[in-house]
Write a protein that binds this ligand. Structure first.
Ligand code: HMG
Length: 440
């Protein structure tokens, strides 16, 4: 079967940055380490006054099309994943295509456009849709533009406020991709949940503590389901495991769960048995409560083991390097984690071609998906063409007062006027409602 997957990626970060330790924590009366050590976050990205999900998505897509020398006629599909949409009818992909058509001579008349919604997992769902469209032979030699674009804002004072972020990830999905091939095997964990939702509201209603438990439960189910089609996953089968990263601290919890699950029945569990015993088996306990308590004790011990730290440092920590500086990008988050992992390998001059990634996507509401990716021969050139860390470093640093003004500007109910902090340079800008965007 022909390989199908991601050929290239471009990333657009909101141009403003909020330093959580220096700027946010003191004004909230919090210890900065709550953010840097507890949540694992240093900065968040925010859109400037002239940016929104359309401009960020269009700018990422334009950069991608230019770099890959693509014309609109090469694009058979434009899918946008977002949970920050402002239009209940017209998909964001049409707004983005409208921007791009201002620049190209051709248009996207024969591209199928849509918008995917399932909280943060929609980015991966769009990717899956694009791959399936190609595998079904419906693409007529063309590729798919998959764009994950979000402005992840919480109400001021909400516990989630520290995890905000904004940016877009554009992915070019093709046959014989240069970056990663996606497995046809996937595992799901899905259930109707109400810990994070936005019924006709911009800012989410969140039960933060419960959302952590729901994330972990769905992720575990997805891993079990994935193994039912792909076979047992061992802790060393994958070079990296990029997970959906609302904040790095969440991934620390997911990683421990994944490690416990993957070492079960392996030599690693045997080797640890002298120190911490074997994993509790359900059959040995009278009820669920006693079993859960035993599992918690085992995890507490496992967390302290050098073998676990070593595994975490090589397979997980590198995936967090972008996220810790930009916050939660919702639909784009897991796709940033993948790129951070590849950056890490490139910096270490590691030859990653042929190695595998275990990708864990998640969306509140709630659903997790696990799939595998195989790194392709052209991965290094694609990585070398990207400059995400430079762009992160170029962001304007907001004071706390400026942050509040930016938050108000992007609050759909307020939409207050705001002078931009940065100057647009050869990019799409938001020009008020009506004719939406203009390339400056
Ligand atoms: P909180 O209640 O303010 O924080 O909010 P906390 O008191 O629980 O502290 C967080 C961590 O920092 C804790 O560590 C503390 O111990 C530690 P943990 O128990 O997690 O290991 N801590 C410190 N560490 C060092 N020094 C200190 C210190 N103080 C505290 N001085 C919460 C945390 C996650 C609840 C909040 O940020 C929130 O509500 N976030 C939004 C919801 C969220 O991100 N949930 C994650 C799972 S759901 C998901 O991923 C989906 C999502 O992306 C949406 C979608 O799918 O569309 C959100």
């Amino acid at each position: 079967m022909t390989a199908v997957g991601i050929d290239a990626v471009e990333i657009w970060t909101g141009k403003l940055a909020l330093d959580l330790a220096e700027t946010f924590a003191p004004r909230k009366g919090d210890d900065p380490e709550k953010y840097t050590k507890g949540l694992g976050l240093y900065e968040s990205s925010f859109p400037d006054a002239y940016e929104d999900i359309v401009t960020m998505g269009a700018n990422a897509a334009y950069r991608l099309m230019e770099r890959k020398d693509l014309d609109p006629e090469d694009v058979g599909r434009i899918d946008v994943a977002t949970e920050s949409a402002f239009d209940n009818s017209k998909p964001v992909s049409t707004y983005i295509a409208g921007c791009l058509e201002e620049v190209y001579d051709d248009d996207f008349h024969h591209a199928n456009k849509g918008e995917r919604k399932f909280a943060c997992i929609a980015g991966t769902q769009s990717l899956d849709d694009a791959c399936n469209w190609i595998r079904a032979g419906r693409n007529r030699g063309r590729g798919a533009l998959v764009i994950a674009s979000d402005t992840a804002l919480y109400a001021r004072g909400d516990a989630g406020e520290a995890t905000q972020g904004a940016g877009a990830v554009a992915m070019w999905v093709t046959e014989d991709p240069s970056l990663v091939e996606l497995s046809t095997e996937q595992g799901y964990g899905s259930a109707d949940e109400t810990d994070f939702l936005k019924p006709n509201q911009q800012f989410p209603s969140v039960d933060g503590k419960r959302s952590i438990q729901v994330y972990l439960a769905r992720m575990r189910e997805a891993l079990v389901d994935f193994e039912s089609v792909a076979g047992k996953v061992g802790p060393e089968d994958y070079a990296y495991a990029p997970f959906h990263t609302p904040y790095p601290g969440m991934v620390r919890k997911a990683a421990l769960l994944a490690y416990r699950h993957t070492i079960r029945g392996t030599e690693v569990e045997d080797a640890l048995a002298d120190e911490i015993g074997r994993q509790p088996r359900r059959a040995d306990f009278a009820d669920e409560e006693a079993f859960d308590a035993a599992i918690r004790d085992y995890m507490d011990d496992l967390k302290e083991q050098p073998a676990y730290h070593e595994w975490y440092d090589t397979h997980i920590e590198p995936t967090l390097a972008v996220s810790e500086r930009v916050g939660n990008w919702y639909t784009g988050s897991v796709h940033l984690a993948r790129m951070a992992a590849l950056y890490h390998a490139a910096e270490a001059d590691r030859d990653l071609a042929g190695e595998k990634l275990l990708v864990g996507s998640y969306g509140s509401g709630a659903q997790a998906e696990i799939h595998a990716e195989t790194v392709q021969d052209g991965w290094r050139e694609e990585l070398d063409a990207l400059s995400i860390f430079d762009r992160i470093a170029e962001r304007y640093d907001l004071s706390f007062e400026e942050y509040e003004q930016v938050h108000d500007r992007h609050n759909h109910e307020k939409q207050s006027e705001l002078e931009p902090f940065t100057t647009p340079e050869d990019e799409f800008v938001f020009d008020g409602w009506g004719p939406m965007n203009e390339r400056k």
